[in-house]
Design a protein around this ligand. Structure first.
Ligand SMILES: NC(=O)C1=CN([C@@H]2O[C@H](COP(=O)(O)OP(=O)(O)OC[C@H]3O[C@@H](n4cnc5c(N)ncnc54)[C@H](O)[C@@H]3O)[C@@H](O)[C@H]2O)C=CC1
Ligand SMILES: O=C(CO)COP(=O)(O)O
Length: 324
């Protein structure tokens, strides 16, 4: 199965490296200088510095060169998945969504966007605790690979698996997507706890209560609890809520220090998806009648509410039962 990868950021490049263990890979990238660097120097200095890429990866800015691939890993940022996919003749090839987020305006998960743009294409989701630099370095990593079509899922898993890269099968596509989208918002919240100096007890509480609100939202959208408690949900939540290697967590640290979101987001070339997901998740939660106080707090901070006020509002909420 020849693999195409759409998106040459850190994660697309790392996944191309994973797929290149099993054969040739065509990597579509947006920036000409990134394609040139990959083909000439076997590196992506802009988005994944320090990694020597496989000779089996060929980078291109011409989506037409994806024509001979059988499955496409979609790794553009969530807000750009629609425009990027619209420019590609996908047909009935499998689309494996690897971005984590919810589209603004439509409130669709990226798999739902893919289905809307290419209704003939089967959809899978690959998601989990996966810092790109660790995957590219061959460090042991496990992911959820969710797809309703079991034979296709098995073929994809076999094609991508390696001793240090273990896909775990699931048929809960919505659940795998919701975990990845929501955890980015919660990672911002945990960064805020760090930046504001609120302590490790508070961070653990945000992880646990954040997981409760991820679960409430997921169940309301048809996800299964076991998926949310797995690699793509709790696993990724724990990873990104505990490390400044997470762009979302780092953004939260800045917000917690009282810096403005606009200043922290200005001129950045890498994506912190939680900043785009938080406002749309807040809307989606309101629409579904699901209480998501941590998400609301992150949304308020991104809107410019002072950090002390946001924390006071969270802590002043009425006491409640711990269950969902
Ligand atoms: N970096 C990581 O460790 C991981 C990232 N992801 C997810 O993968 C997705 C892509 O993230 P990264 O590869 O980290 O990106 P990145 O932050 O390394 O690079 C930014 C990417 O955005 C693209 N981009 C910027 N403006 C664009 C536009 N107008 N249209 C289309 N593309 C545009 C750039 O070409 C580049 O590929 C995100 O949803 C992220 O949450 C998932 C797992 C791990
Ligand atoms: O999704 C990720 C790891 O699983 C990457 O997290 P950040 O986007 O916060 O860096």
């Amino acid at each position: 199965m020849k693999i195409g990868v759409i998106g040459g950021g850190a994660w697309g490049t790392a996944l191309a490296q994973v797929a290149a263990r099993g054969g040739d890979v065509t990597l579509w990238v947006r920036e000409g200088e990134v394609a040139d660097a990959i083909n000439a120097t076997r590196t992506n200095p802009l988005f994944l510095p320090g990694v020597t890429l496989s000779d089996a990866i060929r980078a291109t800015t011409d989506a037409g060169e994806l024509h001979d691939t059988e499955a496409l890993l979609v790794v553009a940022p969530a807000q750009h998945v629609r425009s990027v996919l619209s420019a590609i003749d996908v047909g009935t090839r499998a689309l494996v969504l690897c971005a984590k987020g919810i589209e603004a305006g439509t409130r669709l998960l990226v798999g739902e966007v893919a289905r809307a743009v290419h209704p003939q294409a089967p959809v899978a989701v690959l998601s989990g605790p996966t810092f790109a630099h660790e995957v590219a370095a061959g460090k042991p990593t496990a992911v959820t690979l969710a797809c309703a079509d079991a034979p296709l899922r098995d073929r994809l898993a076999e094609r991508l698996a390696a001793p240090a890269f273990r896909p775990y099968a699931s048929d809960d596509v919505i659940g795998a997507e919701i975990g990845g989208a929501v955890k980015n918002v919660l990672a911002i919240a945990c960064g805020v706890v760090e930046g504001a100096g609120l302590g490790q007890n508070a961070r653990a509480s945000v992880i646990a209560r954040g997981f409760a609100e991820m679960t409430r939202f997921g169940l309301a959208r048809g996800a299964r609890a076991e998926t949310l408690a797995g690699l793509s949900g709790l696993g990724d939540l724990v990873l990104t809520c505990s490390s400044t290697a997470s762009r979302n967590y780092s953004l939260g640290v800045g917000l917690g220090q009282g810096r403005a979101a606009a200043e922290l987001m200005a001129d950045r070339r890498t994506v912190a998806e939680g900043a785009f997901t938080a406002p749309v998740l807040r809307e989606a939660a309101a629409e579904a009648g699901v209480d998501m106080p941590v998400t609301a707090a992150v949304g308020a901070l991104l809107d410019g509410t002072p950090v002390a006020q946001v924390i006071d509002t969270l802590l002043a909420r009425p006491l409640r039962h711990e269950g969902l």
